[in-house]
Design a protein around this ligand. Structure first.
Ligand SMILES: Nc1ncnc2c1ncn2[C@@H]1O[C@H](COP(=O)(O)OP(=O)(O)OP(=O)(O)O)[C@@H](O)[C@H]1O
Length: 233
């Protein structure tokens, strides 16, 4: 589904992403970890078609994510760290507006069902997003990803600022969309979230994917140990 082969990006002499390769299947979650400046955001920007790779290729179901970025973005949902959507609109108005922009066919029933599926209860559907917590706004964005049948959801620091209950709810929502076959790429510093959710954990340092753990069964302490080992190397 998502195939990344030998991606490279330079900013002048700074080799920000070095020979990055990984793949992600439908229904899988990849958590990308790494220190500040490791190259995670640059990687995401290349997948979203915002930054041109200097070499290498990323494809989504065979489409070149740089050259065919518009087509790819129709099949993706990007949810930034401080997801705002449209604060003056209600949850349902946000869904309606996003659907219009993305040319997705929706009905009042399909929007309500998607919101319920991600844990936004009907009592909140007609409330303005400006009154929602980050966790709730994320649920609305994920509901829209379900409505547009996104093949890939990309999230930046989804659990930063979430309390433990909201983090648990976030993990449950991601497990729900995984079951529906959506692939999820999460850039995070949250080792707990990575351990709970990930089918693959990538640890980046200085632009390189230093370690890629498949179906990790490590304890949190072991993951913490692996993480710090990459930076000591
Ligand atoms: N637009 C840019 N112009 C020049 N250098 C850049 C640009 N974007 C990123 N860089 C550099 O590329 C390297 C990787 O940065 P990147 O933002 O991808 O790291 P990151 O892993 O996302 O870090 P963080 O966790 O702080 O968000 C850093 O050295 C950064 O200074």
């Amino acid at each position: 589904m998502l195939e990344v082969s030998n991606l490279n990006k330079f900013f002048d002499h700074n080799h920000a992403v070095k020979d990055l390769s990984f793949s992600l299947d439908a229904g899988e979650v990849l958590c990308l970890l790494g220190a500040n400046g490791a190259g995670k955001t640059t990687t995401v920007n290349m997948l979203l078609g915002f930054t041109e790779p200097d070499s290498g290729l990323a494809t989504l179901d065979g489409l070149d994510m740089h050259r065919q970025s518009e087509q790819c973005r129709r099949q993706m949902m990007y949810i930034p760290e401080n997801v705002q959507l449209y604060p003056a609109f209600t949850a349902l108005e946000n869904m309606t507006y996003l659907a219009e922009l993305a040319k997705v066919d929706v009905t009042a029933e399909s929007m309500a069902a998607a919101l319920e599926r991600t844990g936004v209860e009907s009592v909140h559907h007609a409330k303005k997003l400006g009154s929602f917590s980050k966790g709730m706004r994320q649920k609305v964005a994920i509901a829209f990803a379900l409505l547009k049948h996104a093949k890939l959801v990309v999230m930046d620091e989804p659990t930063s600022g979430l309390d433990p209950v909201a983090t648990r709810e976030f993990i449950d929502v991601i497990n729900t969309i995984k079951e529906r076959g959506t692939a999820v790429l999460i850039v995070t510093h949250d080792l707990f979230c990575a351990r709970e959710l990930a089918d693959h954990i990538g640890i980046m340092s200085q632009g390189q994917l230093k370690q890629l753990l498949h179906k990790p069964t490590l304890s949190l302490a072991e993951l913490n140990d692996q993480y710090f080992r990459q930076f000591a190397a």
